[in-house]
Ligand binder design. Structure first.
Ligand SMILES: CC(C)(COP(=O)(O)OP(=O)(O)OC[C@H]1O[C@@H](n2cnc3c(N)ncnc32)[C@H](O)[C@@H]1OP(=O)(O)O)[C@@H](O)C(=O)NCCC(=O)NCCS
Length: 174
């Protein structure tokens, strides 16, 4: 049996000492290297928060990162009621990836929903107007588009979802 068929995965805040990232492979070298060499440092320095889906032994099957961001004045066209002369505070979903052995069974969606839930909850304490993602390529862009993210007019792979839209999804689910 494949490891991925049997394991129960838990969503946990990244812990450098507990989480085993050595064998993680999502097929994108930059993301593999980031998880293995940069996330720990960024986490410790309060630059980025990491979250992982891990098995009981701490082996990582997927991860995502959240941090605070700022969108420049006028980056988002009218229509959402945002002030047009102010930069917008954002929650940046910087990276999200699933190990190749676990693809196509809903883990990407599970992590995205969790990231949106965390973004909505924290925005009640520190305001954030949109969730932004850096889709990196066309395939990732298609993934995020499925969930309502739209591209910025001048950068297709830089996408956003208004916080109010995400909040509504969770309010309707209650
Ligand atoms: C994108 C990624 C996270 C999806 O993970 P996954 O666990 O295979 O996705 P899921 O099984 O949760 O799929 C959820 C839905 O998204 C769709 N989907 C998955 N990958 C997709 C893609 N690349 N393009 C379009 N849709 C995609 C699935 O078909 C599914 O839709 P459905 O329920 O209507 O069938 C994964 O392919 C990955 O890690 N890619 C490499 C890293 C990457 O590009 N990350 C994003 C930018 S940082």
């Amino acid at each position: 049996m494949n490891r991925s068929d049997a394991v129960e995965l838990h969503l946990e805040r990244f812990d450098r000492a507990r989480h085993d990232r050595g064998s993680f492979d999502c097929g994108v070298d930059a993301l593999n290297t980031y998880l293995k060499t940069s996330l720990g440092q960024q986490h410790r320095r309060d630059v980025t928060r990491g979250y992982v889906l891990a098995d009981d032994r701490g082996r990582v099957a997927g991860f995502f990162t959240l941090s605070a961001g700022l969108l420049r004045v006028g980056a988002i066209p009218g229509g959402h009621g945002f002030p047009v002369r102010m930069p917008l505070p954002t929650t940046l979903l910087g990276r999200l990836a699933v190990d190749l052995a676990f693809r196509g069974r809903g883990l990407g969606e599970r992590m995205l929903v969790e990231a949106l839930r965390l973004a909505v909850e924290t925005s009640e304490i520190v305001a954030s107007a949109v969730i932004e993602v850096d889709a990196k390529d066309e395939s990732a862009r298609a993934f995020y588009q499925n969930y309502g993210f739209q591209s910025l007019p001048d950068d297709r792979e830089h996408m956003y979802l208004p916080m109010a839209t995400a909040r509504k999804v969770f309010e309707e689910g209650r």
